[in-house]
Design a protein. Structure first.
Length: 470
């Protein structure tokens, strides 16, 4: 007898097959969930333990900033471009590490309070501009919780400083091409009836180049002293200094010139090289004479003489005084609550015609900007953090550890340069300045704590940070 097989269409057979399929699906889903948790856990552990991603973002920041015109779309008046995507990603990674480390790290609580105060200010008086500034602030300040993980180690710090200087040669070279007329200027200024092009390295504003050089010059001086005479690094650094000189000079940013000059004085005074201070002063004087025509366009000595100009006029520091008064008046209108928490952003509460006249969101003074945006508490916390950076930098001079001393002098120069810029610009509004300020500050405190732990007799694994040791 011949028989043929045929499907079993009985309810029992269907249920058995459905149960089998469901069981396989459940097994696959369960395995996928387990794999996902393991992957996330491994990623989190890598983020906490590894410093490679920190160096990558810090080194590539100038390149990401060159994409400022690449706008993908707009959400709630927020431009979404590579800069904003990187800012959000970096913030999440930094806060992830900060969540595990802030209780153990000096001043982490104060930095968290500063970010918390800024958040409260924006929540109390929400604006699109305030949210945008808050994202920028978070992306930079949050490096305080992570950057020391990499930069406290000499080898990684050397890699960071060398590669950052290499990357910065690109925007500096682009600035030179702008000066030569090969590339168009991105920023034009009307000065005494003249339209003057100011080199920006194709960034949106020349201040980006100035902000980068405030941190790059001390790093380049550090590399110069560590390099061998006649070696390839010396040749590269010499080229970098030439590009930096042309780039900085062609920004026509007078406070930037002063800030970098002061950094040079601090560097050589710190190292007790008084003769080089004199040489640097002579070089600055020679450059001032050589660029006297350009300086005359951006600076008129009569605009700061009390009987020739006043704060309210458009002549005092090319209108800066009027901006200061407008923002202080707007801050005063906030009342007791506004005085404490600020107004959430850098848009003064003044008439629309005055807003247009005063460049709407540029107080041209970072201390006034922070006071207006985040109130007395925010300004106090920011100044206390900056003071802690300087105090720790000067404390490093007494250390026997050369890397700690090197970080200390770099931080001292960078902080002092930033303070000079803060008188007429707003470094904390620009992600570039905030990133490197708090990254270097983090390295300084991280190294100090590492040395403290080592002096106590504990041995730290090479690949781990002292923060996660019990």
């Amino acid at each position: 007898m011949i028989t043929t097989d045929h499907p079993d269409f009985s309810s029992t057979g269907i249920a058995a097959r459905n149960g089998s399929v469901r069981g396989v699906a459940e097994d696959i889903f369960g395995a996928a969930v387990v794999f996902l948790f393991l992957a996330v856990g491994g990623f989190v552990r890598w983020v906490i333990d590894s410093g490679s991603w920190i160096i990558f973002f810090l080194v590539s920041k100038p390149l990401f900033d060159l994409t400022w015109q690449w706008e993908f779309f707009n959400i709630f008046n927020q431009r979404v471009n590579p800069q904003s995507i990187v800012a959000v990603l970096v913030t999440l990674l930094n806060l992830l590490v900060g969540f595990f480390s802030f209780r153990n790290k000096p001043y982490s609580g104060r930095v968290f309070l500063f970010l918390g105060m800024a958040t409260v200010s924006v929540v109390v008086t929400p604006t699109a501009e305030g949210l945008n500034e808050l994202i920028r602030l978070y992306s930079g300040v949050s490096f305080f919780f992570t950057a020391g993980l990499a930069l406290a180690h000499k080898k990684k710090f050397d890699e960071f400083s060398s590669w950052l200087l290499v990357v910065l040669c690109l925007p500096l070279a682009l600035s030179c091409l702008q000066v030569a007329g090969v590339l168009p200027f991105n920023y034009w200024d009307w000065i005494d009836g003249h339209e003057v092009g100011r080199a920006s390295g194709t960034y949106q504003h020349p201040l980006e180049i100035v902000n980068l050089l405030v941190y790059a010059i001390p790093l380049a001086l550090f590399r110069w002293e560590k390099s061998r005479r006649g070696g390839g690094e010396r040749i590269f650094l010499g080229t970098f200094f030439v590009l930096a000189l042309v780039g900085l000079g062609s920004t026509l940013h007078r406070v930037g010139w002063v800030a970098i000059s002061v950094e040079l004085i601090v560097w050589y005074f710190w190292n007790k090289r008084l003769k080089r201070i004199a040489l640097a002063a002579l070089a600055v004087a020679a450059l001032a004479i050589a660029f006297s025509d350009q300086m005359a366009l951006v600076y008129d000595p009569t605009d700061i003489v009390p009987d020739r100009a006043n704060l309210e006029s458009g002549h005092f520091l090319r209108g800066r005084g009027a901006n200061w008064i407008a923002f202080l008046a707007s801050y005063a209108k906030g009342g007791p609550v506004g005085w404490i928490v600020g107004r959430g952003g850098s848009v003064p509460d003044i008439g629309p015609e005055a807003v247009i006249e005063l460049s709407e969101d540029e107080p041209h003074n970072d201390f006034i900007r922070i006071l207006h945006a985040y109130g007395l508490v925010g300004l106090f916390l920011y100044l206390s953090i900056i003071a802690a950076f300087l105090r720790q930098a000067f404390h490093s001079r007494e250390s026997q550890n050369p890397h700690y001393r090197s970080i200390g002098i770099i931080v001292a120069c960078a902080v002092i340069g930033t303070l000079f810029l803060s008188m007429t610009t707003e470094p904390t509004r620009y992600p570039t300045a905030v990133w490197y300020l708090f990254a270097l500050g983090s390295a300084l405190f991280w190294k100090r704590e590492e040395l403290t732990v080592q002096q106590s007799g504990r041995v730290l694994p090479e690949h781990r940070t002292f923060l996660y040791e019990t």
